[in-house]
Design a protein around this ligand. Sequence first.
Ligand code: PLP
Length: 338
Amino acid sequence: MTTIDWNNLGFNYIKTPWRYRMYWKDGQWSKGELTEDSTLQISEASAALHYGQQCFEGLKAYRRKDGKINLFRVDENAKRLNRSATRLLMPTIPEETFIDAVKQVVKANEDFVPPYGTGATLYIRPLLIGVGDSIGVSPAPEYIFTVFCMPVGPYFKGGLTPTNFIVSEYDRAAPQGTGAAKVGGNYAASLLPGKDAHDHKYSDCIYLDPETHTKIEEVGSANFFGITKDNKFITPKSPSILPSITKYSLLYLAKERLGLEAIEGTVKIDELDQFAEAGACGTAAVISPIGGIQYKDNFHVFYSETEVGPVTKALYDELTGIQFGDKKAPEGWIFEVE
Ligand SMILES: *Cc1c(COP(=O)(O)O)cnc(C)c1O
């Protein structure tokens, strides 16, 4: 058995016993299987290392009150991985294979799925990389698909306590670039602005649209939403934002469960006054309330720097209630691991 302190987990790598591996060679995937080997042996000339030909996913397994384990909208992760792969000329993975791989990994590492009520979850990381011998700028001859997992706590320290963010002067993606693909390159570019933000005690930075720098795009690793004073849920729409599955789930829940008007639209950085509350959302971030945003010399506070707002809290309760199996899920959102 494990000796993990479930109540005090951060968002850190922990080596769990089992991972899934599948290899693409000569135009086809091998039969995927579980392995205990946590290292990858790859060519020094692998395209993933030199030219960033790789993409990944992130999702969680949730322990229910009855002890069973839920996955949340894993079919959407499968679809998104394939969209990212297609953008980077990598082979796609059949949706059923992806879902089966995730289920196998969760099942094999079942002891590491945190108990219900701790707020902790099992974070699952599917990864697709271009490997093999090639040095010219071209798609790799071979690929590795792997899925591993680890128990995690909150991504932003504080959980449902608001934290502050700062608008970056850097861009994370270009208008017709790879912002909508979940690829490592976007993250490599975000490390420096992220460090600047952390050095100044902000949780992370917020990126503006790369074309005009007047509209909010997203947080480094999560999407942005605001609740207007007249109860509209608004989240930015742009081709260079990573389409967050959590965000689309909240658009639905805000409308169908909370009766808010839910809009994907424009969020101008100089119109933050319209919002009563704001937050960052994503699988890792869940819903992290935003206390305030620093933009140039101005610090804008939303609901409160210390307390979560009522609508953000209601959305959080609805979303996590569904994920942990306490609330009725919309059709097709929950996949049980058996
Ligand atoms: C993964 C990711 C998100 C969140 O997406 P979810 O599907 O909600 O987990 C948001 N922004 C970026 C840049 C991401 O990589």
